[in-house]
Design a binder for this molecule. Structure first.
Ligand SMILES: NC(=O)c1ccc[n+]([C@@H]2O[C@H](COP(=O)([O-])OP(=O)(O)OC[C@H]3O[C@@H](n4cnc5c(N)ncnc54)[C@H](OP(=O)(O)O)[C@@H]3O)[C@@H](O)[C@H]2O)c1
Length: 262
C-alpha cells in the first residue's frame, strides 16, 4: 500500500529516543521530511544521524523542553520557515513518575500538567494555521493505554492523559471541516528506556526484573512486551492519506492487554 507520504513535513516531539524516535524513523522511511526535538542536544544529534542514515530523508533537530511554550513556538516557527508547511504532528513527551497518590504534591501536579497536557494544547495550536491554510493535516497524540484502564501508581498519567483524549475528540469536530484529523494512540508496555525506568522503580521495591516482565506478559494475550516499532506502524498509517476517514479515535496498541469491550 502506498502511503503517499513522500515530501510531507512531519514534526515529532520528544523523539530522540523511544516511541517518538521509532515514529520519526518510520515517517522518514516513507519519505517524509522530519523535524524532531528533545531536551538533550547530544541525544538529538545521534537520532538525526540514525534517521538520515536509514532513510536519506531531510531531518531537522531542535532542543525543546515540551513543558515550555516558547520552546514549542520557536520549534514550529523554525520548521515553517524552513519547509513552509506542516502536514503531520505527533505529540509526545517524557513519562510522568510512578508513585502513589499520597506521595504527589501540587508542584509536581503542575509540572506534569504542563508536560503532559499543555504541551499537547500548545503544539496543536502552533501547527493549526499551517494545516488550515493547506486544508489538510494529521495530528496524532501519543498517550497511553492508561486512558482506557488506569495503571497502578501512574496517577499523573492516568489523570492528565484523559484531558488529551477529551481535547482530541473536541478538536476532531472543530478541525474536521479543514481536512485535519486528530487521533490518539494508546500504547501498552513497549520496551524503551522510559519503560526500563518504570521497571527499575519496581526493582527498587524488591521485585526482580524478570518477575516484573513476566507479570506484565501474563496479562497480555499476545504474550510479549511491545517494541517501539509496534506503535510506529499505526502512527505512520494515521499520518497517511489512507487514514483520511478516521478522526477523534483513540486506538490502543497493547497486545490485547486492555480487557474492556470498547
Ligand atoms: N514505553 C512505554 O511502554 C509507554 C507506554 C505508555 C505510554 N508511554 C508514554 O509515551 C511517552 C514516550 O515514552 P518512551 O517510553 O518512548 O520514553 P523514553 O524512552 O524515556 O523517551 C522519551 C523521549 O522524550 C524526550 N523527552 C523527555 N522529556 C522531554 C521534555 N520535557 N521535552 C522534550 N523532550 C523530552 C527524551 O529525550 P531527552 O531526554 O533528550 O529530552 C526522549 O527522546 C511517555 O510519555 C510515556 O509515558 C510509554
Amino acid at each position: 500500500m502506498d502511503l503517499n507520504l513522500t515530501n510531507k513535513v512531519a514534526v515529532v516531539f520528544a523523539a530522540s529516543k523511544g516511541l517518538g524516535k521509532a515514529a520519526a524513523l518510520y515517517l522518514a522511511a516513507e519519505g517524509c521530511k522530519v523535524a524532531i526535538c528533545s531536551r538533550n542536544e547530544h541525544n538529538l544529534k545521534q537520532a538525526q544521524a540514525e534517521l538520515q542514515k536509514s532513510s536519506g530523508s531531510e531531518v531537522l533537530t531542535h532542543v525543546v523542553d515540551v513543558g515550555k511554550k516558547s520552546d514549542i513556538d520557536n520549534f514550529i516557527q523554525m520548521i515553517v520557515d524552513k519547509w513552509q508547511k506542516i502536514d503531520i504532528l505527533v505529540t509526545n513527551g517524557g513519562g510522568p513518575p510512578v508513585k502513589p497518590f499520597m506521595d504527589t504534591d501540587d508542584e509536581e501536579w503542575h509540572t506534569w500538567f504542563e508536560n503532559t497536557f499543555m504541551s499537547v494544547v500548545r503544539s496543536i495550536k502552533a501547527v493549526i494555521p499551517s494545516m488550515q491554510k493547506n486544508k489538510s493535516g494529521r495530528i496524532i497524540n501519543i498517550t497511553s493505554v492508561s486512558v482506557k484502564a488506569p495503571l497502578e501508581n501512574l496517577i499523573y498519567s492516568n489523570s492528565l492523559r484523559l484531558g488529551v483524549v477529551g481535547l482530541a475528540k473536541t478538536l476532531a469536530a472543530e478541525l474536521g471541516p479543514y481536512g485535519i484529523t486528530v487521533n490518539n494512540v494508546a500504547p501498552g508496555y513497549h520496551l524503551t528506556e522510559g519503560l526500563e525506568r518504570i521497571i527499575r522503580t519496581k526493582v527498587d521495591m524488591g521485585f526482580k526484573r524478570e518477575e516484573v516482565l513476566e507479570q506484565w506478559t501474563e496479562k497480555i494475550p499476545l504474550r510479549r512486551i511491545g517494541l517501539p516499532d509496534d506503535l510506529a506502524g499505526l502512527i505512520t498509517f494515521l499520518a497517511s492519506e489512507r487514514s483520511s476517514y478516521i478522526t477523534g479515535a483513540t486506538i490502543q496498541v497493547e497486545g490485547g492487554m486492555y480487557s474492556g469491550v470498547l
